[in-house]
Structures are given as C-alpha cells and as structure tokens.
Design a binder for this molecule. Structure first.
Ligand SMILES: Nc1ncnc2c1ncn2[C@@H]1O[C@H](COP(=O)(O)OP(=O)(O)OP(=O)(O)O)[C@@H](O)[C@H]1O
Ligand SMILES: [Mg+2]
Length: 508
C-alpha cells in the first residue's frame, strides 16, 4: 500500500467521522468541539478553532477551539477582511500560510504563536452553506514529508461546507423553535386569559379581578367568604381555592347548610358517638373530621341556625371538635371556605346571623359578580357550553350571530347556571344552526321586560301623569283652566291631581 493511498483513506476517515458527529443531534457548540477533536485524533491537528460571524456580519468570533487557552479564545475576535481569518471570511476562499513567523498577514491576534514551534502550517477555510459564508475553520498543523497539503485543504473545504450546512440548519431550527415557542407562549397566554383557574371560563375585568383575589388567597390558610347571586360560580370558586392551595391532596368536603335540617346538620358537621341519640347505632365522623388537613366548604352559610353558629364559632376559635354524645376533644386542622347568596350584613341586622361569626368568616370576602356585570364573558361561556354539550350529545349545534346577541342582551337572573341549562336545552332540542326564533321565549321576547315594567304599572302611570301635568302648566304659564283644557280634565279634576302629586304652583 503506497503512502498516498493511506493518506487518502485518512482523509476519508476524517470526513466520515465529521459526518458522524454532525448527524448526532448535538448542540452546535458541542458538535464543533467534537469535530476539532476528530481533527486532532485522526489528523494530528494540535490547534484549531472555528470562528463564526456575528449578526451584523462584520465580526468573527471564536466559538469553539481546540488546544487554545480561554484567554486565547477570548482574544479571538476578527474584523471582516482583517488578518488571515478575516480575509478568508471576506473572500470565502481557503488560505494556506506555511511561514507563519514571517508572514505579515498573520496578525497573531489570539497570541497563539507563543505556543507554536514555528514549522506549523496554517490552513483557513470558509465555513459556508449555499452562497453564504458563516465563518472560518482554522487549523495549525505540521505536515510530514509526503503528506499532501493540497489534499488536506480539499478535505478541510469539505469539512467547512459540512459545518456550514450544519450551522445553517441549526440556525433555522433555532429560529423555528423560537417562533414556535413564541407562538405557544401567546397561545397559552390567550388560553390562560379565557380559561382560568381550574377550567373557569371568563375574561371580563370583573371576573379577572375575582380570580386574582382567588389566586392570592388560595395558598394561605385564611378563611374565605364567597358572596354572590345564585349560579354565579361560588361553589366552583370554592373548589378552585382548595385545588390551588397546599391542601389540594387532602379532602375537599362540602356541607350545604341550607339543605339539611337543623338537628341533622349538627351531627353532619361534628359527627356522633354510638347512642348519642335514638338511631345512632354506630359512631360516625363529622365533616370537620373528614376534612381534616383539607378544606371544608360551608355552602349557604346564611341558612345555618343560630344555635349551630355558636358551635361553629367555637370550632373556628379552638380548632377542635367534640362529637355528639362524645367526651373526647378532637383536634382538627381545617380551612374554611363559606358561601352565601344572602347578605350576611342584613342577616346580622335582623338578628339571624351572629355578628362575631360574621367577622370570623369575613376575613377575606370575595364577591363573585353576577353575569350581567360581565357580559363579555357570555360569548366565551356560550362557546364553552356549546362545545361541552355538543361533545356530550355528539352534535354540532351552532348559534347565529343574532341568537348570540340575544343571549348577550339577556339579564340572566340565574347567572351561569341558567346560561348553562339554556345551552344544554338548545343542544338537546335543536340540530345545526340555531337562530333567534329557536331561543326560549323569555330570553328573546321583550315581553319579559314589559312584564317587569307592568309590576310597577300604577306607579309608572302616576309618574307619567305628573310629568304631563307639569308640562301643560309650563306651557300655559300656570293658568290652571287652560292647562285643564289642554289635558282634557275639568278644573276640579286637575286641582285634585295637583294636590295629589304635590305639584308646586308657580305664581307669576
Ligand atoms: N367561570 C365559569 N366557567 C365555566 N362554568 C362555570 C363558571 N362559573 C360557574 N360555572 C358553572 O355554572 C354552574 C353554577 O356554578 P356554581 O354552582 O359554582 O354557582 P353557585 O354560585 O355556587 O350557585 P348557588 O348559589 O346556587 O350555589 C355550575 O355548573 C358551574 O360549573
Ligand atoms: Mg353553590
């Protein structure tokens, strides 16, 4: 086997190894490092570096080196066209310098010369891809007799092009990744804006304010009092508070204080021992014990009987309970979230709710706004419930813009629950596109409003009558006989009404 042939296979090995590294999915800098190592071990290249262009294309900077100290790497900044590296970059052609010591083009910017023996040859080739030059690959190597510099340059040119393609591809991938990440960030932001805590839908300012408070208070152990009309989402928020708290892996227990008769409610909350009352054949844990470590949600707290309010207050203060008919005191660690659609202040004034308990519960009050105060949420909620029930019923019911407008305009006294039920009904009953006329009558027809007005009809008629009389009097300069004529009243009828409505008579 001749020398030339063996050299040839060495160069092939280099190319082969380089391509292996480049297909290895390494990050750019690591891959470059590996390649310089390949040049060292397969080709006896003791010093080498890759300098890549910055964004502006006016400077090159060493991004990876082999055999160079950190200081030398740091000094490796080259202006385009400056020195050998700069020239190779500018012209995109390979350069070979065999007499580094005496060649004035070699600027020794890295101060690598101190290390060199003096008989090394510098070869610099462009790192390029397509028509773009991205940087320069530089090696210092001693050539033995019979080793072809020319073939080395050719091989390095191939390596330079491989590097260029690799860098370019990575750059594009990086860019795509950045764009993709940006897109994903915007999407999640959008999603978070509309789908907030625990799947709650809404983006109105009023709703977001409520959620902000929820997020703030959830991680604390503070007692929370949720107020708001029926169907506004109090129960849902109570759950969210629990699941956003460190207690989330412990139980969330609900007690509806309005739905359980007084005598049972006490047993429900505190539990009982066997024989505590007729029918207590076994002992049973109360909700306080069951919720230990977690959250106890006291729904409809306004309906709690006064006698129990005292007991609840005591538990909140002492953090311990006693089962009915029991003697043991049981420590409980429970976070309380309470909800009411009644005004506790009013109940306190009426003597139906203990003031001390009210203050104890009202540590952090959160008002859940009614739907009519956050109409921007209606389209989102409609969409959300349409999706939910379409999926459930395997349908594809949609609303026309007019139908949606009607839903937005409606007052929703039953709030989100009413909206949800309405959409569910629409999905069950209809197919395809649902228009205004398909909506429930009380939502579309203005009759509902008129109905509301009719409640105050006598008052309204009176107000109108008073207004008309004043207008007539103004018009006639407060000459009552003329005003009466204008209105179609007798003077006596007008006088009677002026007194009734307490209309001040201006004298001129
Ligand atoms: N922001 C929301 N996004 C999606 N669904 C919601 C939202 N708020 C409430 N809901 C849904 O609306 C319905 C009523 O909510 P919830 O039961 O929490 O109201 P509430 O205020 O507790 O009512 P009540 O006073 O009658 O107990 C539930 O089905 C709930 O899932
Ligand atoms: Mg509720």
């Amino acid at each position: 086997m001749g020398g030339k042939r063996s050299l040839h296979s060495r160069e092939l090995s280099v190319v082969n190894e380089v391509s292996k590294v480049l297909s290895g999915e390494l990050p750019v800098e690591e891959a470059l490092g590996e390649i310089l190592k390949v040049l060292y071990s397969f080709w006896d290249v003791p010093y080498s570096f890759v300098a890549l262009s910055d964004q502006s294309g006016r400077f090159l900077k060493i991004v990876k080196a082999f055999g160079l100290s950190d200081e030398e790497v740091e000094r490796g900044i080259f202006k385009k066209g400056e020195g050998i590296t700069g020239k190779v970059f500018k012209r995109s052609i390979p350069v070979v310098v065999s007499d580094i010591d005496s060649n004035p083009a070699f600027l020794n910017k890295t101060k690598i010369k101190d290390k060199l023996k003096g008989d090394e040859t510098l070869i610099a080739v462009p790192v390029r891809s397509g028509g773009d030059t991205l940087g320069v690959l530089v090696i210092f190597k001693r050539f033995s007799k019979g080793e072809s510099v020319e073939r080395c340059v050719e091989t390095l040119m191939i390596v330079g092009t491989m590097l260029g393609m690799f860098c370019k591809l990575n750059e594009r991938l990086e860019k795509e990744k950045r764009e993709w990440e940006e897109e994903r960030r915007i999407l999640t932001e959008e999603l978070q804006k509309s789908f907030n805590v625990e799947g709650m839908v809404g983006k109105s300012e009023a709703f977001l304010k409520t959620l902000e408070l929820v997020r703030k208070v959830a991680p604390t152990d503070s007692t929370v009092l949720l107020t708001g009309e029926s169907g506004t989402g109090k129960s849902m928020i109570a759950k969210a508070i629990h699941f956003l708290s460190p207690r989330k892996d412990k139980p969330f227990i609900t007690v509806n204080c309005g739905a359980i008769p007084e005598n049972l409610l006490e047993a429900e909350l505190f539990g009982y021992e066997k024989g505590a009352f007729t029918g207590a054949y076994t002992s049973k844990k109360g909700k306080f014990e069951l919720a230990n470590g977690g959250t106890l949600f006291l729904d409809e707290i306004g309906d709690m009987p006064l006698s129990l309010q005292v007991k609840l207050l005591r538990v909140l203060q002492d953090k311990e309970i006693e089962r009915l008919g029991g003697e043991k005191v049981i420590k409980v660690d429970v976070r309380i979230v309470a909800a009411t659609n009644k005004s506790l202040e009013d109940l306190v004034k009426e003597g139906k709710f203990r003031e001390d308990l009210y203050y104890r519960l009202n540590v952090v009050p959160i008002r859940v706004p009614p739907l009519r105060e956050r109409k921007e949420d209606i389209p989102l909620l409609v969409d959300y419930f349409l999706n939910k029930y379409n999926r459930q019923h395997r349908k594809n019911v949609r609303l026309t813009a007019k139908a949606l407008d009607a839903l937005i305009a409606y007052d929703w006294p039953g709030n989100i629950r009413e909206l949800e039920n309405t959409i569910q009904r629409i999905v069950v009953i209809h197919e395809g596109v649902v228009d205004l006329r398909d909506l429930p009558a009380d939502i579309v027809s203005p009759l509902k409003d008129v109905g509301d007005d009719l409640v105050d009809l006598p008052a309204q008629i009176e107000a109108t009558e008073r207004e008309k009389i004043i207008q007539a009097l103004e018009k006639t300069g407060y000459v009552k006989s003329r005003a009466a004529k204008l209105l179609g009243y007798t003077l006596r009828q007008l006088d009677y009404r002026i007194k009734k409505y307490k209309i001040p008579i201006k004298k001129f």
